[in-house]
Design a protein around this ligand. Structure first.
Ligand SMILES: C[S@@+](CC[C@H](N)C(=O)[O-])C[C@H]1O[C@@H](n2cnc3c(N)ncnc32)[C@H](O)[C@@H]1O
Length: 443
């Protein structure tokens, strides 16, 4: 009963927020767009700035998903820390434009305030910077002739800051609208390189796979068996999976001494998924949102995404609109008994509430006791506690610029017996992967 009343309160709060979402009218100072990047250290608003203490760490980010701030100043300070953290860990060496913009935003109190108040009040704070970048990128894509669009496309090497701020100024209302109505839905087809290895590590006993994805976005990774992945060690291909003539070619750098064992992806005969906002790959606005979620400066990603969207648009998978905590199990139960249901989750559990994740885990475990199935995850280790990932692995093998630590884990039930394996560590988009299993007994 207490749980129910807490849920009711949450629902009421959500409804209130929905009906009256504007906590404070976001605004930018009118002179912002004209400030030059040389003022970075002082903050572009030029006033109201306070010294930023970089006290951010991973633990802090974990807590920030649940803690309430005691004052707005704390919230802004923390948001600044998150921008810096992303610049150091995720954007550095990958998306120089976002790295530069994130560092500039981190020291601009007024812009931080705009970003913070533009997000819907129930957006997790750790997700706000990337949502802001996507919301703005969407408007940049809608203004392809703008100076910042040329910078994003790599056609100009101008400093991105001034044209970025001009665009934010110009498109302020649409950016706020995007931030209030959208969420980060990056459908990164590169993750298929990790999923493919996970699928080839399954015990199937000659049965087909029924793939059921948590948070599939447009479902591009449900077609993992249609894409080709090369795994390279010192620039030499040492493993490959998927049809060589696929229009989608993935390249994943292997790190460490271990090479994933030879394997193949079993036959996938059913594919589906559950997402609160499934993306229709054939819809131009929806597809643009997925392009907006792609970070600038990574040449192959927009083209690869467009190609995968075009293919999936021709044969879209049946996706269910819903919450995995509620709608996943009925979907898995509906899969044919001839198949082994394989539930896949790649960078989706981070977006599910802690209570939702617990429900997902216990209900999958209960179902696994009754029928063979598997749960393949490519997630931050803190969201998959059933996969034991020693902290030393993460601290040893992830350095600044390697991306947020991500683990490829497999939990499988065969004849009611459950096993959990840490298969690999990898970049969140699987640019690189460190295989961990020395010996494997693949059936
Ligand atoms: C960062 S995207 C990742 C998309 C895809 N899994 C990939 O790796 O390319 C996160 C996805 O999780 C979805 N999501 C958020 N909350 C969810 C929930 N409660 N149940 C299922 N999916 C959810 C979002 O809508 C979004 O499409």
């Amino acid at each position: 009963m207490p749980r129910k009343s807490a849920e009711n309160q949450t629902a009421l709060r959500a409804l209130r927020n929905h009906l009256n979402p504007i906590v404070k009218q976001p605004s930018l100072p009118t002179d912002r767009a004209l400030k030059s990047s040389s003022s970075t250290q002082k903050g572009f608003g030029g006033h109201g700035h306070f010294p930023i203490v970089l006290r951010f760490d991973r633990q802090h980010l974990t807590q920030s998903d649940t803690l309430e701030f005691v004052s707005e100043r704390d919230a802004i300070e923390e948001l600044s820390d998150i921008f810096v953290f992303l610049a150091d860990h995720d954007f550095a060496g990958y998306s120089p434009t976002y790295e530069q913009l994130a560092r500039a935003i981190a020291v601009d109190t007024q812009l931080l305030e705009f970003v913070l108040t533009s997000a819907s009040p129930n957006t997790r704070r750790g997700r706000i910077p990337v949502l802001f970048f996507a919301a703005t990128h969407d408007r940049i894509l809608a203004n392809p002739e703008s100076e910042i669009a040329r910078v994003y496309r790599g056609e100009s090497d101008s400093d991105p800051l001034r044209p970025f701020l001009e665009l934010v100024e110009l498109e302020r209302e649409s950016i706020v609208h995007n931030m209030r109505t959208r969420s980060v839905q990056t459908n990164e087809v590169g993750r298929s390189a990790g999923i493919a290895l996970g699928l080839s590590a399954l015990t199937l006993n000659d049965r087909d796979i029924a793939l059921v994805e948590i948070g599939p976005s447009a479902g591009l990774n449900l077609f993992v068996d249609h894409w080709h992945a090369d795994y390279l060690l010192n620039e030499t291909v040492v493993r490959e999976l998927g049809p060589v003539d696929s229009p989608i070619q993935l390249a994943c750098e292997l790190r460490g001494d271990l090479i994933p064992p030879e394997g193949r992806i079993g036959r996938i005969s059913q594919r589906t998924g559950v997402d609160p906002a499934p993306i229709d790959a054939s819809n131009v606005t929806e597809s643009r949102w997925l392009q907006a979620c792609v970070w600038p400066g990574i040449p192959e990603r927009p083209e690869r995404l467009a190609a995968a969207l075009a293919i999936v648009a021709r044969t879209p998978p049946p996706l269910v609109q819903g919450d995995a905590a509620v709608d996943l199990i009925p979907l898995v139960e509906a899969m044919s008994d001839e198949c082994v249901p394989v539930i896949v989750s790649t960078w989706a559990l981070a977006y599910v509430s802690a209570a939702g994740r617990e429900t997902i885990q216990t209900s999958i475990d209960a179902l696994g006791a009754k029928r063979d199935l598997a749960l393949l995850t490519l997630e931050e280790p803190r969201f998959t506690p059933w996969i034991e990932t020693p902290d030393e692995l993460v601290t040893t093998y992830f350095e600044a610029g390697d991306g947020t630590p991500t683990v490829l884990g497999l939990r499988q039930w065969v004849n009611g017996k459950c096993s959990s394996r840490v298969l690999a560590l990898c970049h969140p988009h699987v640019r690189w992967l460190r295989w961990l299993e020395e010996e494997a007994d693949y059936g």
